[in-house]
Design a protein around this ligand. Structure first.
Ligand code: FE2
Ligand code: FE2
Length: 256
């Protein structure tokens, strides 16, 4: 079975781009499930309810999140009611919604977990311990497991992947908005890539208009970030899994 994982979606033009192309891409590439990080889909910061619904009707099966997910309050009821919109599982327990879900694809039960890193980010609950708890709680209820680790530090992402190798079948990183070239199958059979990259306009700085990001970095003054201009590029990876052997067969970086 084939999963397309899409890196951080930035801005409404990218959402429109996906709604035009994603179903076609799914058919052309025999994709059974699409998991997309949507934390920047509404402008640059957060994802509102309308945008989340639009992504789900565009061919995205599960939306994962990160440090920006909770910025738009109108998402909160949807986080509670729609099990396919996730926020990091290691946020405090009173946060609306869930950090994992089990959903069917190609007649298999797929556990999708969303975690956030703690190195150079908010001091959340340990993603290692949180993953252990979820796997223990849901044992026997899923055929394959997949994880979006939304983190800053490459070391933390790879450490989590090696720790969970063989227990989670595909682990991909998000948050840095730059696609890494280290996709691999780990010894225990887990497909891994440190970062899927950004899905958004290519003419700025990580999806932000260059003048905004440069002014912010030069002056250290507060600056309102605007979404960059230029052509849209979606970044991600296609991961092929063998459900019988519970191992990854391949992982390939993709852009379109
Ligand atoms: Fe992001
Ligand atoms: Fe992020």
């Amino acid at each position: 079975m084939n999963i397309l994982a899409i890196g951080d979606i930035v801005g409404e033009r990218t959402v429109a781009y996906l709604s035009e192309r994603l179903w076609h891409y799914r058919r052309e590439n025999n994709i059974d499930m699409v998991i997309a990080n949507g934390e920047n889909a509404d402008k640059i910061s957060g994802i509102d309810a309308q945008t989340a619904k639009e992504l789900l009707s565009s061919g995205v099966d599960v939306i994962t999140g990160g440090n920006h997910t909770l910025r738009k309050r109108n998402l909160y009821p949807l986080l509670e009611s729609n099990k396919n919109i996730l926020r990091p599982a290691n946020l405090p327990p009173m946060v609306p919604g869930s950090g994992y879900t089990i959903t069917d694809a190609a007649s298999y039960r797929i556990l999708i977990i969303n975690l956030q890193g703690t190195v150079g980010m908010e001091p959340l609950d340990s993603p290692f311990a949180c993953a252990d708890r979820i796997l223990e709680r849901e044992a026997g209820k899923f055929d394959l497991a997949v994880m979006d680790i939304h983190a800053e530090a490459t070391s933390e992402k790879l450490a989590l992947a090696r720790y969970l190798d063989g227990r989670i079948n595909a682990i991909f990183g998000t948050h840095t908005h730059v696609q890494t070239a280290d996709e691999t199958i780990l010894p225990g059979g887990t497909a891994y890539i440190t970062d899927l990259g950004m899905s958004g306009p290519t003419d700025g700085i990580l999806g932000v208009r260059s003048d905004c990001a440069i002014t912010k970095l030069m002056t250290k003054m507060p600056v309102k970030f605007e979404v960059a201009d230029g052509p849209i590029q979606v970044c991600g990876a296609v991961i092929s899994l063998n459900p019988q052997k519970r191992r990854a067969l391949s992982i390939k970086r993709v852009t379109f």
